[in-house]
Design a protein around this ligand. Sequence first.
Ligand SMILES: [Zn+2]
Length: 269
Amino acid sequence: MTSRLNIIAIGAHPDDCEYYFAGTAAKLAKAGHNVKFLTITNGESGHHILSGAELVAKRKDEAIEAARRLGIAATEVLGHHDGLFLPSLEARQEVIRQIRLWLADVVLTHRPNDYHPDHRYTSQLVQDSAYMVLVPNVCPDTPPLRRNPMYFYFQDDFRKPVPFEPDVAVDITDAWDTKIDSLDAHFSQMYEWLPWADWNEETPPAGLEARKAWLCGKMDRPLGDAVRTALERRYGPEKASRVKQAEAFELCEYGSRPDPDLLDEIFPR
Ligand SMILES: [Zn+2]
């Protein structure tokens, strides 16, 4: 393994990579790795007041600000329609090119069973890119990778057909504030759309510190037994018991399969 990894996280909407991966991403960036967030849709549907066009511009700015706060190398929002995305062959090719151009060692995305069709189809596309990133005659305009990247899924709570099984968990207690900062940059989502759509019209408090404390409360959830077990496996029971915040990832079967030592080396402690 090279000492400097190229990591690309592929989310359906601007804020998905932050939601599932920001703490780990901040730690990876701090350790000198090249982290990119790639968003498939333009985010035009995530608001109850703003028009699609207004929202596209706003969310792009929010994504750039979030990346700046995390210290990651790059963020890019593609132009697919939000809420209307389908996993076309063209979109698959776009993802293959993106993974190749980043010379990715590690790719992360949603699991294929998820409430949101954009998440499911993004996952499908990313799965479909595994192996194809190696095949020279697929997208011959972009040089193929010589090694299949390792593919990982973000954590979710969906249980059917199979629950999330963490292969690795990362203690992000020391990066929690940075994660909240990155989500705070997605103002249109954290303080406008999600309170209206998902959080029963709760009105966030005004003022930077008060609203961030409120957001912290929204994001602070129990880690769950599977993640606790993964933390104990990695850090030992004593240190794991002190972990307050964590992110966990499941290995996809279609990419390279790291042995446990390599897995431990890739993800920050
Ligand atoms: Zn999303």
